[in-house]
Design a protein around this ligand. Structure first.
Ligand code: ATP
Ligand code: MG
Length: 255
């Protein structure tokens, strides 16, 4: 049974058809990529899968359960975490508090209860702090624990966002353009961190990414989407040579 099974997904926004009968599967422990031109519908797939959009048609089964129509926090609680194309961190809180709050939210998805600090949360607090610091350590962020995300360079903010996603022990991590806006040194670091997360946490990762270096070096399997439809699926090698993909996305001299 696949970890994630998307079948016949269609999404309309008014007159615009962002996805047309899109289907895709992700197995347990896969590290796969979703690529394609701007506006192809990639983020829309992630927004539907993670509960931010309700699809016009189609079905999403995660870990054997149909998750259509669930709210984002319910999907998170089932073991799916994500990052955003435009970083969404809580800028008025420190890096450590960003991770802690994500952990609170995952343990009991009542954000309010976490803030109100009932007896149960006080008891859990120490464990949460320990886990948060552990994630920071793994992501090489310990020295920034007391900083505010907005004061950090972009590459570090992206890493904090990944750390926050990991705070909830996900089985599946969705990364929406993790390399966007990074310089080449940061991209090298990012590849290292993603590989590390994949090996250490033993999870599945599905990423959207325009930087071919990142997807080609990390992903074993890629799906290519154009105008809301899958135009190719295969290994990075197959995708690199696929005439439809070259025509629609990569261009002749791309690789
Ligand atoms: N909430 C929305 N309301 C209306 N249109 C939307 C909405 N979200 C996405 N779209 C449209 O759906 C299409 C697909 O957008 P999407 O963000 O999924 O593309 P993408 O493949 O992620 O592109 P990019 O590589 O630029 O991030 C675009 O035409 C976009 O303008
Ligand atoms: Mg996008």
């Amino acid at each position: 049974m696949p970890l994630l099974e998307i079948t016949g997904l269609t999404q309309r926004f008014g007159g615009l058809q962002a996805l047309s009968n899109f289907s895709c599967c992700l197995e347990e422990r896969e590290l796969a990529g979703l690529i394609g031109p701007n506006g192809a519908g990639k983020t829309t797939v992630f927004n539907i899968v993670s509960g931010f959009y309700k699809p016009t048609e189609g079905s999403i089964v995660f870990n054997g359960k149909r998750i259509n129509g669930l709210k984002p926090h319910q999907v998170t609680a089932m073991g799916m975490a994500r990052t955003f194309q435009n970083i969404r961190l809580w800028n008025t809180m420190t890096v450590l508090d960003n991770i802690r709050l994500a952990r609170y939210a995952w343990l009991n998805y009542g954000f309010l209860s976490a803030v109100l600090r009932t007896g149960r949360y006080r008891r859990a607090e120490k464990a949460i702090e320990t886990k948060a610091r552990e994630v920071l350590e793994i992501m090489e962020l310990t020295e920034y624990a007391e900083e505010f995300p907005k004061n950090l360079p972009y590459g570090l903010q992206r890493r904090v966002e990944m750390a926050r996603a990991l705070a909830g022990n996900p089985r599946l991590l969705l990364l929406d353009e993790p390399a966007a806006g990074l310089n080449s040194a940061d991209v090298e670091g990012l590849i290292r961190h993603i590989r590390w997360i994949y090996d250490e946490f033993k999870i599945s990762i599905w990423m959207i990414e325009h930087q071919m270096k990142v997807v080609m070096s990390l992903c074993r399997r890629l799906a290519v989407i154009d105008f809301g439809c899958t135009i190719a699926e295969g290994t990075p090698e197959e995708i690199r040579r696929d005439p439809d993909v070259i025509r629609a996305y990569l261009g002749d001299g791309a690789l």
